[in-house]
Design a protein around this ligand. Structure first.
Ligand code: FES
Length: 118
């Protein structure tokens, strides 16, 4: 079973609303890759792994949102996921969901807890 770890992603105030920031947990060959989304004052966190084909969602650093910033967008084939639930509502994997990551805000800092490898 994978070990888990908590890491600080950064200050909520540093991330645009809406906006995103990538994070990595673990530093081995297969670290756990994820991202947080800051939207309407809330923060959500997911694994950076599209449930369609199974690779990362973004091509640009911290670039996870659709053009109108209303959804999480996979850059490969255009799957769109709800920001607050991770549920795919458009594209090739409708009905499937991104893997959520435990996220907590303490003193304005975003902390995520997840496995240290994929
Ligand atoms: S890999 Fe994400 S939509 Fe195909």
């Amino acid at each position: 079973m994978n070990e888990t770890a908590e890491i600080a992603v950064g200050l909520v105030a540093e991330i645009e609303d809406p906006g995103c920031r990538e994070f990595q947990i673990g530093d081995g060959d297969w670290p756990f890759m994820g991202f947080v989304v800051h939207q309407a004052g809330q923060v959500y966190a997911y694994q950076n792994f599209c449930v369609h084909v199974g690779h990362q969602l973004n091509w640009m650093p911290d670039g996870f949102l659709s053009k109108d910033r209303s959804a999480i967008l996979c850059a490969s084939h255009g799957a769109q996921y709800e920001i607050d639930t991770g549920l795919c509502f458009r594209g090739p994997c409708v009905g499937k969901s991104l893997r959520p990551v435990d996220v907590e805000i303490r003193d304005g800092v975003i902390y995520v807890t997840g496995p240290t490898s994929m």
